[in-house]
Design a binder for this molecule. Structure first.
Ligand SMILES: Cc1ncc(COP(=O)(O)O)c(C=O)c1O
Length: 352
């Protein structure tokens, strides 16, 4: 997809299991930290020294390897702008910068590529929706500036092997970047950060929206070697995180117990979805994220509508490449998952 991002319809009230959000809300310590801010904190430009230091320690990398962003969306935009400017592409060659985007994919890759006048090179999904490494390698060309790898992927939850990411990083032209989007890292622990020492063309993107529940505060970061981050630092505005986001992020990172609790809820919820699918004879994909993609078949759109009538919102993904008949269900708070699965079973097994 390129063009404007289509914000999903906001669900008023009800159970929001359609946007991969943390439906438990953030840690209470985040609210305390924001409440403790004073009038001057609002009036002065924020200082990021402490929050950068603490984020780097949390990620286990040097401070110079971290760039905080206004949500991971801004990191994706910065990488797209920076990569489009790198190298000689467009300099009289007539080539437009290309982003390789394995499908199905998070919409913002296409939106950002379109915004810089680039071309999205879509890589068709495999039938099993696993990462199509060979097809991605085939799609890499001299005009490739950026390859997006999402692990775990959204909307499938499928994880990408580190070896496959390394193969892609070794195959891209000089100056091109491999953006490893780890928005859902918290729920599986996979990370490409260890690759950064040997592959300077890799950038890892993280968000604190999901596990830490800061989606509305907007806090994310990109992690890469300093020379790789330098062009992105020229794109991201100097005060991109507001003072509430910076204070909230520090508090969230300090509350390891909250994150452990929520990740545990996600793991239990995912298993519940798998078991329900098995019982109902539905195909679903093993997920490393806080959601599960389930193939409902012809009744997918009807199921989404009937769940919505009961105040349970899940996401219709039937239009995504490779996802015919599929819905994506956020698997977070166990009690929320129970409510959703029970309504789903009722609708699918009840009278037509
Ligand atoms: C794969 C992926 N990347 C990035 C983001 C955006 O994260 P943020 O809310 O921090 O901008 C999302 C949000 O859902 C996502 O699914």
């Amino acid at each position: 997809m390129s063009g404007e991002y289509q914000r999903p319809v906001a669900a008023a009230g009800g159970l929001r299991l359609h946007l991969n959000e943390n439906t438990a809300g953030c840690s209470p310590r985040v609210l305390e930290a924001i409440r403790s801010l004073g009038a001057e904190d609002m009036a002065f430009y924020p200082d990021y020294d402490q929050v950068v230091r603490e984020t780097a320690a949390y990620l286990g990398v040097p401070e110079a390897w971290v760039l905080l962003t206004n949500g991971l969306d801004e990191g994706i935009l910065a990488a797209t702008v920076a990569s489009a400017q790198a190298g000689v592409i467009g300099g009289g060659t007539g080539l437009r910068p290309e982003s390789v985007v394995p499908q199905p994919a998070f919409d913002m890759y296409g939106v950002c590529t379109g915004a810089v006048g680039g071309v999205v090179v879509e890589v068709a999904p495999r039938e099993d929706l696993q990462f199509p490494v060979d097809a991605v390698l085939d799609a890499v060309r001299p005009a490739t500036r950026l390859v997006f790898v999402t692990s775990p992927n959204n909307p499938t939850g499928v994880r990408v092997k580190l070896d496959d990411i390394a193969r892609v990083a070794d195959a891209v032209p000089p100056g091109a970047l491999v953006f490893v989007d780890e928005a859902y890292h918290d729920f599986c622990g996979d990370t490409a950060v260890p690759l950064l020492s040997t592959r300077p063309n890799v950038i890892v993107g993280r968000t604190f929206a999901k596990g830490h529940g800061l989606a509305a505060l907007r806090a994310g970061c990109v992690v890469a070697r300093p020379e790789t981050l330098a062009p992105l630092r020229r794109v991201v505005p100097p005060y991109s995180l507001n003072v509430c986001a910076a204070a909230g992020l520090r508090a969230a990172l300090q509350d390891a117990g909250y994150l452990r609790w929520y990740v545990d809820q996600v793991h239990t919820s995912r298993e519940m979805v798998y078991r329900t699918c098995e019982r109902l004879g539905l195909r679903c994909w093993e997920s490393g994220a806080n959601f599960v993609l389930v193939r409902i078949g012809d009744r997918a759109a009807g199921l989404v509508a009937r769940l919505a009538e009961r105040g349970v919102f899940v996401r219709d993904r039937t239009g995504d490449p490779g996802c015919a008949g599929c819905v994506r269900i956020t698997a977070g708070v166990v009690e929320h998952t129970e409510r959703c699965l029970s309504a789903m079973e009722d609708i699918l097994c009840g009278a037509p």
